[in-house]
Design a protein around this ligand. Structure first.
Ligand SMILES: [Zn+2]
Ligand SMILES: [Zn+2]
Length: 93
């Protein structure tokens, strides 16, 4: 896979903290097949689970300046990684 398209999220409309915005953005780049599976519009990766493709698109095809942790300021690449990172904080405190 040499020419994977990537969305650059410099758009001022891009609101990483707005889950609805992100879901809509990601959903607009996946297609449901007649078999019920979901496919990534960028690279045709397929999964039975919509969430897997959503995470895939966000991790592989969305490029942003990242999501900063409001607890320690560390910048993570995706919201999924940020969520996991924050759950570590919860264990500590
Ligand atoms: Zn893909
Ligand atoms: Zn943190």
């Amino acid at each position: 896979m040499t020419n994977i398209a990537v969305l650059y999220l410099d758009d001022p409309l891009y609101q990483p903290d707005d889950d609805n915005f992100m879901e809509t953005l990601i959903a607009s780049h996946m297609t449901k097949l007649p078999t019920g599976a979901w496919v990534c519009n960028f690279c045709n990766k397929e999964s039975k689970f919509k969430r897997n493709i959503g995470n895939h698109i966000e991790a592989i095809h969305l490029t942003s300046s990242g999501f900063s942790c409001d607890i320690c300021g560390k910048v993570l690449k995706t919201r999924e990684v940020l969520r996991k990172h924050k759950s570590n904080h919860r264990d500590i405190f």
